[in-house]
Design a protein around this ligand. Structure first.
Ligand code: AGP
Length: 595
């Protein structure tokens, strides 16, 4: 988590740093800061708060030759002034911003303290700055790049660093390990940022920094070294087509609402990219890997994990043994049965640390990895054998909506490709229509949302695919409303959770499958008998007169696409009625780049 930027050259530094940080705010928004370096002085501005607050703090005329900036998701120390980045070394030689976690910072801090170093903050980052200073002062060469290299050799953990060295305002130094960092080349200015987006209006070509690389940018130069000199290679800068992607609010009050309503376009875009007439467009080698695989293992976290649950049912239904693991669990208990597993990583951001940790484990055993991601050039994209892009467009709201839709739809298309079932094309056209109908009827969902928002606990029920959706709807609700919520399989209620049901507790049930419709309705009778307030979300084919919201019919296997949208609207409108910060819910960040 955390977003970092840096720049040196002719561009208006304040504009780049603050606009850049604003576009990285999705990565964390507990506190923020910038540092501006000129020959005469270094000026640091930081505070607990948002980028808009920082904008007020940094004088409008502030300028500098080189600068860095940070938006924080706290890992070490609460989000207060002293823990905000940038952090300076004791004698002020090095000023740094950091995204990542230094696992051995305690022992390094102790060593520095034993040598008389005094710390202002509780952060691991301040330790890095002071280590650099220690190495710099100790070495006869007095070369900041050597001091940085020596420091990196001491560090265990993850870092993307942008570094100012007080005696040289012509450079911004950097280093990267397991946290993303991109260099952008512009006209007489070079840039650093955690992703491309801050640089879209500035740079003309990009270089994604690899693990263990470090170096510096200056106005005209980009110098990239590797901790292992044998690994040094020529730099290849590339263009990005991201400019065409719309990242504005376009009149919507929140990104989340905009992104929910982009779902029909997302389905269309996936079909445009993966279906050509009656042919599927997938790499033949990937299809062969699926055919050879004796089991499919999905790894994912959060919402992407919920999409993987649906994917497991899809592949099981065509005879492929499939399992789903939460990546942070698999990382420590990597059980693999079967000789030829194919791993599928699902990740909107492609930067989730828990997944990146699993890559290494799987690579050691030599199994192929397919990553399904929304982020071209992300760490997972680059580390995998195959990538399928979601083409969902940038997702900015922290709560994932359209990316989930894209993940499920792409898994359905992949399943269809594996069995040569072109009916998916008409099935997805039906889904698009059902989604548009749903957007038109959203105010009906709003009324339910406003009723449930008043309650401290909400339960979602479903069976089969509806259970997978219940889990996702529940996660969405807790993320942005802070209402306690659980998603349950209808049949499990009576095995314990029914003890929590009492008068007026909202229970929302998804009913999309003929096979389980009667069973879930009978579960609802059990909670009704105990005073719960029941809301049923069904489809036209299974609807009863008393149901609260009815979606248009789609094929049952695609029902998560419309039902999840209902869950997204429910959360959105409940959060709205509670006055929550919908796009930036408390304690969360969009890319979870720490373990
Ligand atoms: C979803 O609303 C979340 N904010 C979160 O659960 C997210 O899905 C999870 O962190 C995984 O992220 P990824 O898809 O980028 O890997």
């Amino acid at each position: 988590m955390c977003g970092i930027v840096g720049s040196v050259g002719e561009t208006k530094l304040r504009d780049y740093l603050l606009h850049g940080l604003k576009s990285l705010e999705y990565r964390g928004y507990d506190s923020a800061g910038t540092a501006f370096l000129t020959k005469e002085k270094l000026e640091v501005f930081r505070l607990p708060g948002r980028i808009d607050d920082l904008n007020q703090l940094v004088p409008a005329k502030m300028h500098g030759a080189a600068g860095i900036g940070h938006t924080r998701w706290a890992t070490h120390g609460e989000p207060n002034f002293v823990n905000s980045h940038p952090h300076c070394s004791q004698q002020g030689y090095f000023t740094i911003v950091h995204n990542g976690v230094i696992d051995n910072f305690r022992s390094l801090k102790k060593k520095l303290q034993n040598q008389g170093c005094k710390f202002q903050s509780e952060t691991d980052t301040e330790v890095i700055a002071n280590l650099m200073e220690m190495h710099y002062l100790k070495a006869a060469t007095k070369n900041p790049l050597d001091a940085i290299k020596k420091t990196l050799e001491d560090l265990e953990g993850s870092y993307a660093l942008a570094i100012l060295f007080k005696k040289d305002d012509t450079k911004v130094y950097f280093a990267k390990l397991h946290s993303p960092l991109v260099i952008g080349k512009g006209k007489n200015t070079n840039y650093l940022a955690s992703d491309y987006v801050p640089m879209l209006d500035y740079a003309t070509s990009y270089y994604i920094i690899d693990d263990y690389q470090y170096g510096y940018i200056s106005q005209k130069e980009v110098v990239v070294k590797h901790l292992d000199p044998n690994e040094e290679k020529p730099l290849v800068f590339h263009q990005t087509d991201l400019k065409v992607i719309d990242i504005g609010l376009n009149g919507y009050p929140h990104y989340m609402l905009k992104e929910i309503e982009e779902s029909p376009e997302v389905i269309k875009r996936l079909m445009d990219n993966y279906v050509d007439g009656n042919q599927f467009v997938f790499d033949d080698v990937l299809i062969q890997k699926f055919q050879e695989a004796d089991q499919i293992i999905f790894l994912a976290c959060g919402t992407s994990y919920h999409a993987a649950l649906v994917g497991r049912r899809y592949f099981e239904s065509i005879g492929k043994t499939s399992r789903v693991y939460i990546a942070s669990e698999f990382a420590y208990y990597p059980e693999v049965k079967g000789k030829h597993p194919l791993f599928i990583f699902i990740s909107q951001s492609g930067e989730t640390a828990d997944l990146i940790r699993c890559v290494k484990i799987i690579q050691q055993q030599g199994s192929p990895i397919l990553t399904i991601t929304n982020t071209k050039g992300s760490s997972l994209d680059r580390a995998s054998d195959f990538t399928l892009l979601l083409y969902a467009g940038m997702e900015i709201a922290v709560a994932s909506t359209k990316a989930y839709i894209a993940q499920v739809a792409l898994l359905a298309i992949l399943r269809a490709a594996l069995i040569g079932n072109t009916e998916i094309i008409t099935d997805l056209i039906e889904v698009e229509k059902a989604m548009k109908g749903l957007i038109g009827a959203k105010l009906e969902i709003k009324a339910i949302a406003e009723a449930i928002a008043k309650e401290p606990n909400v339960f979602f029920l479903g069976r089969g695919l509806d259970y997978d959706v219940a889990l996702e709807a529940s996660l969405k609700l807790k993320e942005i409303t802070y209402i306690h919520s659980e998603g349950l399989p209808g049949g499990e209620l009576k095995h314990g959770p029914i003890a929590l049901i009492k008068k007026d507790v909202p229970v929302i049930a998804f009913v999309s499958d003929q096979i389980t419709a009667a069973a879930i309705r009978s579960n609802l009778q059990e909670v009704l008998a105990r005073g719960a307030k029941v809301y049923v979300v069904s489809n036209q084919a299974l609807a009863k007169e008393e149901d609260d919201f009815v979606t248009r019919n789609t094929k049952t296997y695609l029902s998560p696409l419309t039902k999840a949208m209902v869950g997204q609207y429910l959360s959105y409108y409940a959060a709205l009625s509670l006055g929550r910060d919908i796009d930036k819910p408390r304690n969360l960040a969009k890319s979870v780049t720490v373990e």
